[in-house]
Design a protein around this ligand. Structure first.
Ligand SMILES: [Zn+2]
Length: 433
């Protein structure tokens, strides 16, 4: 079956301005991209879909994704879900994100060891529809840091927690090898503390890991060609990550000018994903969810947002690849499926143009997935991962947030979503010339 998406406004994600044209999909691939005024010919057995007024762009990448976090109400709520249920919940979330245009997910940790892996493999085997996935395992963290749920009196089973505590290079190396044994693509390591972990002397300015511990993980990852992604908010942590060659750094709000220089010096090798949605949603929606937070808590969120806004604006100006993806699902204020809100924040706060956000979420996202030669652009020969929007996202980036404006999603040339209105518009046309 050949399908012509005719007369669409095409954003090919090369960075070029949109143009009117026709994209032809054959099998799993983009067969041709034709600029108007060429009229696509609908031969028998071909389908022509009239896309007048619609925008066609590559499928999106969610760059900080937790499909096993289902709108948690507390840090313990993921622990309570039993593994069988948890895998199915994660699969449903992956499918939801595909419906919202995210054809690729880069995981930032799984709430139990093999949840991401099981979902990825089931999709790849064709058991279920779903997006492309780079699977991660649990977060590997030093004792007494973000994700360490144990106390002196209470120890959770290692396999039920979203993080595992390790100390010393040998334990970090062992945890990395166990993640490799589980079949992950990405090893997630917590380099710094985080907001709300100050009681363990591990707030977001503290670098909790030692360089030898991080180096041990890198040694395992490099030998097995695995990716390492770090939770890293502190400035010293960012510098350590760059020294150790970590390719994916999450958050990075406190990176000082030296850390930013270091990031800029490796800008072709590194990705920074601030995770904007989570803290911004906590500040803007706490009332809606009746969280009754103190004035101090809200003021500290405001400070945090101001700090990472300043840093991301600067990194973007320096040409560092900053990608949308914001811990959706990790807390009720940022529900799974609302992930495209990050696009709006990038425009509103980080000085991105709508086109720059789209390029970050598509072409750069594909590079993050290590699939930049296959997906992330509208180009003949590339996989047909496509999103068709009703309207112009360059005029209003919020279009991505409205499921009703997402008329079609294709992965590998196959419709994952197809709006009924689109079927009606589809009619074979004859060549007029
Ligand atoms: Zn996260």
């Amino acid at each position: 079956m050949r399908r012509h998406f005719r007369n669409a406004s095409i954003i090919d994600a090369s960075g070029a301005a949109p143009f009117q044209g026709t994209v032809t999909v054959e099998g799993t691939k983009i067969a041709a991209v034709t600029r108007s005024p060429v009229e696509a010919a609908g031969a028998p057995g071909e389908e022509v879909i009239d896309c007048t007024g619609y925008t066609l762009l590559p499928g999106l990448t969610e760059a900080h994704c937790h499909i096993s976090f289902n709108n948690l109400t507390s840090i313990y709520s993921a622990v309570e879900i039993q593994p069988e249920d948890h895998s199915l919940i994660a699969l449903a979330n992956a499918q939801l994100l595909l419906q919202r245009g995210f054809t690729s997910l880069f995981s930032a940790a799984s709430a139990k060891p093999r949840v991401d892996v099981a979902v990825r493999d089931a999709i790849n085997r064709g058991l279920f529809e779903g997006p492309r996935m780079r699977a991660a395992g649990q977060e590997i963290t030093p004792t007494g840091n973000l994700g360490d749920l144990d106390t002196t009196y209470l120890t959770f089973p290692r396999t039920l927690r979203f993080s595992i505590a390790c100390d010393g290079a040998d334990e970090f190396m062992r945890a990395a090898r166990l993640a490799a044994r589980d079949g992950v693509d990405t090893i997630k390591v917590n380099v710094s503390g985080d907001r709300d972990w100050g009681h363990m002397h591990a707030d977001d300015t503290v670098t909790v890991i030692t360089e030898r511990e991080l180096a041990a993980v890198m040694e395992v990852a490099n030998a097995r060609r695995l990716t390492v992604a770090t939770h890293c908010s502190s400035s010293a942590g960012v510098k350590m990550c760059v020294r150790q060659g970590v390719p994916v750094i999450f958050h990075a709000p406190h990176a000082d000018s030296e850390a930013r220089d270091m990031l800029e010096s490796v800008k072709d090798k590194v990705f920074v994903v601030p995770g904007a949605g989570f803290p911004i949603s906590m500040l803007r929606r706490h009332d809606e969810f009746r969280l009754n937070w103190s004035a101090e808590k809200l003021a500290s969120l405001e400070r945090e947002i101001a700090i990472f806004t300043d840093c991301m604006r600067d990194l973007h100006k320096r040409g560092v690849r900053v990608l949308p993806g914001g811990d959706y699902g990790a807390f009720i204020t940022a529900p799974m499926g609302e992930n495209a809100k990050d696009f709006e924040y990038f425009v509103e706060l980080f000085g991105f143009t709508p086109m720059e956000v789209i390029v970050a979420a598509t072409r750069h996202g594909a590079d993050l997935m290590q699939m930049g030669q296959e997906v992330g652009q509208i180009k003949a020969g590339y996989c047909a991962d496509l999103v068709l929007l009703d309207g112009d996202p360059l005029a209003d980036i919020r279009i991505f947030q409205d499921p009703n404006r997402i008329l079609a999603v294709l992965k590998d040339g196959k419709f994952a979503k197809r709006d009924a209105a689109l079927s009606r518009a589809a009619s074979p046309i004859r060549k007029t010339a």
